[in-house]
Design a binder for this molecule. Structure first.
Ligand code: NAP
Length: 248
């Protein structure tokens, strides 16, 4: 019997969960538990870490999981590495659902960097209004450039004090081109720091930056070991042995 585990936390994972539920397949949706009120799923769900590679391998055995789909965010590298290792250990087929990264097009002004500390270094010395479009667990290093006025955007209001003074927008999105343009104009944003998430959902800020001629410090995705990867829900459903009505 097929029983799938979806490692979720993304819009694509939600689309996949809907399609799997519609197809009547047996599956569990796993949340990392970072967001206080995660989006509801039409599948049985579990929340929180498994306890590293061995915890995930135990879970796979205990729950008789036969397939794992890693639909986590491209920057959720620890979870993805653990999935590769636990699936190897348990002999469970693994498929990653991951959008292709964005590539710069004409009019984009990107400075591509490998990680957050390189992003801090890439910001100018002269004071600027910086939109820091990265997760809250990665913002601390920007405290070393306190001359900038930072705008942050989070899904939940911050629980703990931030490592530096910043303007915080609390919103889950979705974010539109017009909305991003308006936000950047209103705050006179002059630099943007973003991660190369790929997909349409987070793209609006990059398109707005191009329109406004603003530089974007673009953090590349972490490197992962080789794994089988597809970009659409349709391909995941085919891998599970089901066709789909979605054109995604
Ligand atoms: P991460 O650094 O790769 O993961 C850290 C630990 O969190 C993992 O080792 C695992 O703990 C646990 N974990 C992560 N995702 C999990 C999942 N789907 N189910 C169960 N445990 C999970 O991940 P992250 O960057 O903190 O992201 C956490 C979650 O938020 C993911 O589900 C991801 O898809 C979602 N998300 C992340 C981003 C982002 O920017 N990183 C953006 C949107 C959504 P154990 O080792 O104990 O198993």
């Amino acid at each position: 019997m097929m029983r799938a585990l979806i490692l979720g936390g993304t819009a694509d994972a939600s689309l996949l969960a809907a399609e799997i539920a519609r197809a009547g397949l047996d599956a569990v949706y796993s949340y990392g538990g970072r967001t206080r009120a995660p989006a509801d799923q039409p599948l049985p769900a579990r929340i929180g870490g498994f306890g590293g590679v061995s915890g995930l391998a135990d879970y796979i055995r205990r729950e008789a999981i036969t397939r794992v789909i890693d639909a986590t965010h491209p920057f959720a590298a620890e979870m993805s590495r653990n999935a590769i290792e636990a699936c190897t250990q348990t002999g469970t087929p693994l498929l990653a659902l991951e959008r292709a990264p964005w590539t710069a097009i004409s009019g984009d002004s990107w400075i591509e960097v490998a990680d957050v500390s390189a992003a801090v270094a890439a910001l100018p010395e002269a004071p600027a209004n910086v939109f820091l479009a990265i997760g809250r667990q990665h913002i601390a290093p920007f405290a070393s450039k306190p001359q900038h006025v930072y705008t942050l955007r989070f899904v939940d209001p911050p629980e703990a004090p931030l490592p530096f003074a910043a303007d915080v927008i609390v919103s889950r999105g979705p974010f539109t081109f017009d909305g991003e343009l308006e936000m950047m104009r209103a705050r006179e944003i002059s630099w943007i720091v973003a991660r190369n998430s790929g997909g349409d959902g987070a793209r609006a800020k990059i398109d707005a930056a191009r329109m406004l001629g603003l530089p974007v410090v673009m953090i590349s995705r972490p490197e992962l070991p080789e794994r089988r990867r597809v970009e659409s829900v349709t391909e995941v459903m085919q891998w599970l042995g089901h066709s789909t009505r979605l054109g995604a």
